[in-house]
Design a protein. Structure first.
Length: 656
């Protein structure tokens, strides 16, 4: 039987009856036939002569391999091709860069003509080359306003307009306008917008959201900035309207454009105004040939079937219908484990036992991660809340389990970056944004900082040229800290004690570890500041370096995968704000096993989350777990699972 490839040459959406017929045909194939179809379908897409191609496919369906094949095809057609590959998630960018470096089909020269980065990093390079825009010029090497400094800068903006209600005109409301590339027309917002960009120019710094707008404007002003003709845009569903405008400007007249995404994986509607309508509209745009990758090669049979069943039960009418099937028809693989626990301590013990039972493999993964031989965690523990406070005292135990398998000093401490700012300013006193940070560390009031800003801007000066005691004292302190750090004959402990007499240090021992790992010196400072800015990019949803066992939020798991995944907080309280998209993505992180834990009494939890209703009976198993005896006992499906939890709650109430 010949099954047609998943390509619509006319650019029209796939029709539901056709999707259903193809799904049934593909699901009836054996393992070898599935793999053969997957390879041939992907090859047909990669070698298609369409200029614009859109792929809408589920998680783990082999998009990275498709990218490499598409790039190889472009180079075969055009030896002088230059390619830009961009995504939203930094981990995906790093993985794809590694794949390109190890690809044997591409020559060294071709690899040098492939640029892989996040859209923000690419935007920054454009703005840097253009020195901003005609309206808002930047000096070379402008800085990035990280997450922790956004509100402080916005406070500086509001200080220019004391009559404006800061409770109404918030940074969050303004950032949303930046994301949507659409600004409020009231007099108040107009003047705040003008002040924000003027202040950023004074600081020679930009936020990630406004960086996108600057890059779009710079490309429109200067077409020579765009030196590329072939583009791959990954995770398109995560981009917002401003980012879409940049992509459209960048790929205005491409020789090749491949866009990939999944409208049911939109996670960042609140964080950065990502909208599923963007990719849904593109799917209806007949300028693009439509295609799909139907087989998930990441997750095992039962995990893939569970993920697919779940999202189909909750699929919105306007969603893009997809085929999402396991690459293997191996029904002997472990089913998804749904576990009922009486308390959070019991749930943590379940995880602890899992790690202990697999200790040899966990230790091996830790070693391989440290040596660079592996890139993914052995176990991901996914939580609806970053701090895991709903586990009460038990959260310390889960943090201890994770800490045992973490890379050392994955993040630098706030003390380290504080000292870095003082040292950096001593080396470059005209850096107004670093000076603003030092004034913050010096506890100079917002009102006084505003006076200093006004003086500097009126006289067209830098902070360092303003004649004030606060400025002089800050500069003197910076120079003293520089002298301390550069004294090679002084022990690190002594340096830290000397610095602590000048500025407050919260954790001297940790600061010693940080400086021992990465000394603060003129040779290192540019690299360290760059790393600091890299960390600022989406720091709330990404980790820098993976450990063998990771505790991370459900939303933060995007772009990650692991041999095994445990999802905690699966209850009516703690997962109440987790969207169906986020849970869909979380389950799809697992390769070999998936465990979903409901722990009663965690933050007031009394029952499982309603997502339980959308889990398929054929691919899941239900168990209770007791800390005493450390054993699981089978329950009779969902009803048995619910009954077990209800009995525990009833018994608990009777004891009160």
């Amino acid at each position: 039987m010949t099954i047609q490839f998943l390509i619509n040459d006319d650019g029209t959406p796939f029709k539901s009856p056709d999707i259903q017929t193809l799904r049934a045909a593909l699901d009836s194939l054996g393992n070898n036939e599935r793999e053969e179809y997957r390879n041939q379908n992907a090859s047909a897409i990669a070698r298609h002569d369409a200029v614009k191609f859109l792929i809408v496919s589920g998680p783990g369906t082999g998009k990275s391999h498709l990218f490499l094949s598409r790039i190889d095809y472009w180079f075969q057609k055009d030896q002088d091709a230059s390619v830009v590959v961009t995504s939203f998630v930094r981990k995906l960018v790093a993985d794809l860069q590694n794949d390109i470096e190890s690809d044997e089909r591409l020559t060294a020269e071709q690899k040098n003509r492939i640029s892989v980065s996040t859209l923000h990093k690419f935007a920054r390079s454009i703005v840097e080359k253009n020195h901003g825009t005609a309206e808002w010029r930047f000096s070379p090497h402008f800085r990035i306003i990280g997450q922790s400094w956004k509100e402080i800068v916005w406070g500086d903006v509001l200080a220019f307009h004391i009559s404006v209600d800061g409770g109404v005109y918030t940074w969050q409301e303004f950032e949303k306008q930046l994301h949507d590339h659409c600004f409020e027309e009231s007099d108040e917002w107009k003047v705040l917008k003008e002040t924000y960009f003027r202040l950023c120019q004074f600081y020679n710094a930009a936020g990630f959201a406004d960086l996108i707008l600057h890059a779009t404007k710079a490309l429109a002003e200067n077409s020579t900035l765009n030196e590329d003709a072939y583009f791959i845009v990954d995770e398109y569903q995560d981009f917002n309207l401003a980012e879409e405008a940049l992509i459209n400007q960048l790929a205005d007249n491409p020789k090749g454009l491949l866009v990939v995404g999944d409208d049911e994986q939109v996670l960042y509607e609140e964080l950065k105004s990502g909208k599923p309508t963007l990719i849904r509209n593109l799917y209806k745009n007949t300028d693009y040939v439509n295609g799909m990758l139907p087989f998930c090669s990441r997750s095992s049979h039962h995990i893939t079937k569970t993920v697919d069943h779940f999202i189909q039960q909750l699929r919105e009418a306007e969603s893009i219908e997809k085929i999402y099937l396991p690459l293997t028809a191996d029904t002997d693989e472990p089913k998804v484990q749904v576990i009922a626990c009486a308390t959070s301590a019991t749930a943590v013990d379940y995880i602890k036992k899992f790690v202990q039972d697999n200790k040899a493999e966990v230790d091996e993964r830790k070693t391989k991660l440290e040596s660079g031989e592996a890139k993914d965690a052995f176990l991901l523990i996914l939580t609806p809340a970053k701090k895991v406070k709903f586990f009460g005292q038990s959260k310390e135990e889960i943090e201890r389990i994770v800490a045992e398998y973490q890379p050392e000093n994955r993040y630098f401490s706030e003390d380290y970056y504080k000292v870095l700012s003082y040292y950096s300013l001593a080396n470059n006193p005209r850096n107004n944004f670093t000076f603003r940070k030092v004034l913050y560390y010096e506890d100079i009031s917002t009102a006084r900082v505003h006076e200093l800003i006004e003086i500097a801007m009126q006289k067209n000066q830098s902070f360092c040229e303003v004649n004030s005691d606060e400025i002089k004292n800050a500069q003197e302190k910076c120079n003293n800290i520089k002298t301390i750090l550069e004294n090679e004959g002084t022990a690190t402990e002594t340096k830290i004690e000397d610095i602590a007499r000048l500025v407050s240090i919260a954790d001297k021992a940790r600061l010693k570890e940080d400086i021992s790992q990465k000394s603060i010196s003129q040779e290192e400072i540019a690299k360290i500041e760059h790393e600091e800015e890299e960390e600022a990019e989406l720091e709330e949803i990404e980790v820098k370096k993976m450990g063998a066992v990771e505790l991370i939020t459900i939303v933060g798991s995007k772009g990650l995968s692991a041999d095994h995944v445990v999802i905690i907080g699966f209850d009516n309280v703690n997962m109440s704000r987790v969207t169906k998209n986020a849970f869909y993505v979380a389950m799809a992180r697992a390769r070999n096993s998936l465990h979903i834990l409901t722990a009663l009494k965690s933050g007031g939890a009394e029952q499982a989350h309603d997502f339980l209703n959308q889990l398929p009976d054929n691919h899941t198993e239900y168990h209770s777990y007791k800390k005493s005896g450390r054993e699981t006992n089978p329950l009779r499906g969902k009803q048995g699972f619910r009954s077990y939890l209800n009995n525990i709650i009833s018994m608990s109430r009777r004891r009160r």
